[in-house]
Design a protein around this ligand. Structure first.
Ligand code: PMP
Length: 468
């Protein structure tokens, strides 16, 4: 009976909530608080919408977790997965073996990625891909005869995953404090113009923020630095869109000191910014690209590393065994899902649509939210966007007055969003979105209408509390 209950389509929300509170340890969650509140149960998705177990229809402004690029309910992906499972549900890529979807996907990824990429290493997730990066760049420098070049420089407030290497590469203090730090990783400030760019133009600030990398390289010693890693646009940190001057200057500094450049494109890859990869938009040529999420639109887990020629040539020509890999590296079912997902992105011209049509439209509509009294700053890049809730607006963004952090105004606003059928995430008091790339102009209008309505509800609430 219990097996039937676990797999049957019919469910009782209260029972799921009871079982969940009793047994399911969720990621990044305060379980005591969740148990008291009761978990929300998602049951269905179609296009940009989700339905919960109470029958509420919710516009998913976050693409699941930045991943459902082609939208929910794509039967051509589920068909491809089903066919692959029936044909060959699994085989490994160790021991001189491959499977058809894995090799085909590697070739397709090389085709759609920038020219310096001719090789792919598959993993099961973005975190595992960054673990792969850490070991691969150290291996590269060992093979080149520089075994001291093992330090990787990252940024505070970066997110690079939740394995030990992922957490350590990331710049989240809360993760470092809970066993997520290892030696050989250093952090510099992030290019957050709003927080750190007072008294400068955005372009001036971009150069200053990139300069922190050079300072850190000199402090560590250039002969000890293996690589710099960064997200083209920081996602989980709050959609921090860097000034246009930032990335080219980072690349110049990496070149100057012979430091490898890793672009973590787990969010920015597969069309999110209106280019196949975010580093193309930022006009840089990384040596390694981390990918996951959008490669399968989240239908099944898959991640990996695009390995640029500079690294691949050394590993392949001189490397012998690279003692690294996962059971699910090149999983045939995941790769079949990715092949179909990428076919959809290409055939429906979704990357071009974001670049030329819906991305600019979102920019116009989303940035217009700055006319609301709570919104001090709003910016977008392709299909990611963020706005800052402020107590008092000012002509110059750096003169805005912010809320007390412990008032949790962002979370309050997020509550109104959920209650009104739209998912927007709060990072402090910055409200962020990353909608599915299939979102139409009409759906953008619907989303902006809902956001505006919830901003108004938040404002009234804050007025009643006397916080504005
Ligand atoms: N890198 C970035 C930039 C991410 O946003 C994420 C996930 N949010 C990861 C790595 C980790 O990916 P995963 O959760 O698949 O391990």
């Amino acid at each position: 009976a219990s097996v039937k209950a676990a797999t049957h389509d019919v469910y009782d929300t209260a029972e799921i909530q009871r079982q969940d509170a009793a047994h399911y340890m969720h990621p990044f969650t305060d379980h005591k608080a969740l148990g008291e509140r009761g978990v929300r149960v998602m049951v269905r998705g179609d296009g940009i919408y989700l339905w919960d177990s109470e029958g509420n229809k919710i516009l998913d402004g976050m693409s699941g977790l930045w991943c459902v690029n082609v939208g929910y309910g794509r039967t051509s992906i589920s068909d491809a997965v089903y066919r692959q499972m029936q044909t060959l549900s699994f085989y490994n890529s160790f021991f001189n073996t491959t499977n058809v979807p894995a090799t085909r996907l590697a070739a397709l990824l090389v085709e759609i990625s920038p020219p310096q990429f001719n090789h792919v290493f598959f993993t099961g997730s973005g975190s595992e891909a960054n673990d792969t990066n850490l070991r691969m760049v150290r291996r590269y420098w060992d093979l080149k005869g520089f075994p001291n070049r093992h330090t990787i420089i990252s940024r505070y407030n970066a997110y690079h995953g939740s394995t030990v290497a992922g957490a350590a590469l990331g710049g989240m203090a809360g993760m470092h404090e809970q066993g997520g730090m290892i030696p050989g990783i250093e952090h510099i400030g992030q290019p957050n113009y709003l927080e750190n760019g007072s008294g400068m133009s955005a372009d001036e600030f971009g150069i200053v923020a990139a300069g922190w990398l050079e300072t850190k390289i000199l402090e560590v010693g250039a002969d000890k630095v293996a690589a710099f890693i960064g997200e083209p646009v920081q996602g989980a940190g709050g959609v921090i869109i860097p000034p246009a001057t930032y990335w080219p200057e980072i690349e110049r500094i990496c070149d100057k000191y012979d430091v490898l450049l890793i672009a973590d494109e787990v969010i920015c890859g597969f069309g999110r910014l209106g280019t196949w990869f975010g580093s193309e938009l930022m006009q840089i040529k990384p040596d390694l690209i981390t990918f996951a999420k959008g490669v399968t639109s989240g239908y099944v887990p898959l991640g990996g590393v695009l390995v640029g020629d500079r690294v691949a040539d050394v590993l392949i020509e001189e490397g012998g065994d690279f003692n690294h890999g996962f059971t699910y590296s090149g999983h045939p079912v995941a790769c079949a899902a990715a092949l179909e997902n990428i076919r959809i992105l290409i055939d429906e011209r979704l990357v071009q649509q974001v670049a030329q049509d819906t991305g600019p439209y979102l920019k116009e509509k989303f940035e217009a939210l700055m006319d609301h009294p709570l919104v001090g700053y709003a910016d977008t890049c392709g299909f990611v966007a963020g706005l800052n809730l402020v107590r008092k607006k000012a002509e110059a963004v750096h003169d805005c007055e912010f809320f007390e952090p412990d008032h949790g105004v962002g979370m309050l606003c997020r509550g109104y969003m959920f209650a009104n059928g739209i998912i927007m995430r709060a990072v402090g008091d910055r409200m962020i979105i990353a909608p599915p790339l299939v979102m139409t102009r009409a759906q953008i209008d619907e989303m902006i209408f809902k956001i505006r309505y919830c901003l108004e509800a938040t404002l009234i609430d804050l007025q009643q509390r006397g916080w504005v």
